[in-house]
Design a protein around this ligand. Sequence first.
Ligand code: ATP
Ligand code: MG
Length: 391
Amino acid sequence: MPGADWVTLRLPDENENLLRLVAAAGTVTEDFPPLVSLSSRETQANLAFSSGQPVIVNDYPAEPNASPAIVQLGMKSMALIPIIASGRTLGLVNVISRDAGNFPPERVRIFTTVVDGIGPLFEIARLEGQRRLEQEQLQETIRLSSIGELAAGVAHELNNPLTSVLGYSQMLLDSEIPESVKSSLRIVVSEGQRAAKVIKNFQSFARRSGPEKAFTSVNAVLQMAVDLKRNDFEQSNIKLCCDFDEDVPKTMIDENQVIQVIINIFTNAQQSLEGSGQQSEGESEGDPRELGQVWISSTSSPGKIRICIEDNGVGIPKDKLGKVFEPFFTTKEVGFGTGLGLSICYGIVKQNGGELWADSIEGRGAIFHIEFPILSEEDNVGKTEGTSETS
Ligand SMILES: Nc1ncnc2c1ncn2[C@@H]1O[C@H](COP(=O)(O)OP(=O)(O)OP(=O)(O)O)[C@@H](O)[C@H]1O
Ligand SMILES: [Mg+2]
């Protein structure tokens, strides 16, 4: 770029309120601020991004919002050129010079022409990324819903014979039979009850009856789940931090089901922080985690409510991240987990029209995201989703 000492490329961050530095060319580029806010103050970047028009700064150090780090690098003038495609601003190219007033209109025209040329490429890359994500989500939904169908079938087939086994065992227990036979029968009953519990969980995962949705405050539901679990966390020495955005609107959800989901995810976080039930693998054994923390937050964006639950526990290895929502996937020892918790959560969130997914950095913690659509009372009266399958 003519007259340039530095050129940076910034793209909007996931929540679109920030511009993230993705590339920089020139000397000492490591001092560039990695993130530029698009909401907190009237910056030149904000102006160029929101207006979709180039912004020229002839004397940067004299600007009221000048970043001290950038001034210290000796930057005097800059041209901020938005990358536009299909009427949307996709990013920002910032051409910077050590000399003041280095970007007259003819230079800016050259920059605009160059940047206009790359706009369609960014749009293609963005659409391709979006398409890939949607395809992956669809595959995941199909996979889990077919597992759900299988689970429902198996649960149904096992439930009837098991009811007979338990019923007849109970009848025998109540009759006049020797004590030695009775004690064996009690084992049959308790093992049968254990199997019945697993079947019940199976049926929750592949729930065939729809949720009972009502127009509900998500924050109030989260607060209820927090109140139910607070004591437990305190006893385990885990700090629970809540950050509920007051502007999160009401939507149509089944309050009890959503509480169940949050408690399940909280319990997993707690177990991860305590290391309880984890199969010990050498060095992780006895690792004392003093600063156990769990964060829960709610935010909203157009049409959506997002709940995030994060912990700083052991995290989930990359190769296991794709499996945690599968029924019976567990890394816990026998007696600590059945591996049904998250698969039930997944089924519930889907039935409430939402999405549930996880991220993690192994050794640093895990984060579970739940997203619900914002629906009005009228939008959803009488409608239930996923009444015959898990999705
Ligand atoms: N917050 C977390 N941190 C680390 N690993 C997690 C976390 N949440 C879930 N996992 C992993 O996902 C697996 C599946 O979780 P899920 O809740 O479905 O089953 P579980 O906790 O093992 O058993 P259950 O919930 O049936 O008692 C866990 O065994 C664990 O390996
Ligand atoms: Mg669990």
